[in-house]
Design a binder for this molecule. Sequence first.
Ligand code: IPM
Ligand code: MN
Length: 354
Amino acid sequence: MAKSYRIAVIPGDGTGPEVIREALKALDAASQKAGFSTEKVHFDLGGERYLRTGEILPEGAIDDLGKFDAILLGAIGHPDVKPGILEKGLLLQLRFKLDQYINLRPVILYPGVETPLKDKGPDDINFTVVRENTEGLYTGAGGFLRKDTPHEVAVQESINTRFGAERCIRFAFDFCRKRNYRKKLTLCGKTNVLTYAFDLWQRAFNDVAKEYPDVQTDYAHVDAICMWMIKNPEWFDVIVTDNMFGDIITDLGAMIQGGLGIAAGGNINPNGVSMFEPIGGSAPKYAGLNIINPVAAIAAAQMMLEHLGETGAAGLIEDAIKRVVSRDLKSLSAGRMGYSTTEVGDLAVKYIIR
Ligand code: IPM
Ligand code: MN
């Protein structure tokens, strides 16, 4: 019997449902061609549901999601919901509770895609950021003291465990070795100021490095790396960093690879259920207009297939993306592609089944 995967689909908010629809079209085309099938179960989670029912993450949802082979997520975020509620209550809960301790963000400039970096091309922009995804400033540790008084205090702590840093660093070394590209892993931190957190990271990094003599190591402060990513992106192969710095530098990465229209990421639990998403967010102003670029969501489906070990099907999607962005799209930005969201999905499917 042909192989089948169970995929949980969370279309989510804003343009999420529109881009997920196209990603599923590409997924179906690629799986059919590669000879396996997928069973998809949709989960109604996000801002709409919260406003309708007051529920963010219903009882049992995490357990249910934990039984799937992978999760495909559209976007979380709603203009009528106060910032932080859905992000912390839903997206971060999924990452934490499913222990998706890696946020994997490839930054690859495809031929024919415009980058804002002068004189840089596909050979220069090809690296991956491995972001720690369960600790740091994201845990919610901290609180208010004397809130709403002139003497108010707000503490927001960065939690760094040796266990958490080390498993992330080890994943990054493994990934760098398997990727077998420049064989260079750069630790991104701030050892000159955050002398506790990144001291721990640096020591863990140096210790794990001993197990990977074939991988060259490097270090850059986070501020400097923002500079080097613009000036000399060709220096990077794999970058490993904490949750907050990884969040920031991967938006920068998205811009140099052509923008949020193409950037995808994976929330990886190497021993559990991983979740893949376009990183552009819910883009409420474009919702329902059929003008958002679905390529990032299609790329998320590609990453999901790679993760599931379906490299053939993943390759079909990647080739289709390359064709669409280099031959067809006038721009990767919403409303300026020269095609509708649906048409871009149709083009991808055409190249996949060809
Ligand atoms: C991302 C997003 C999230 C993050 C937000 C929406 C909580 O920016 O996936 O990078 O900060 O991790
Ligand atoms: Mn972000």
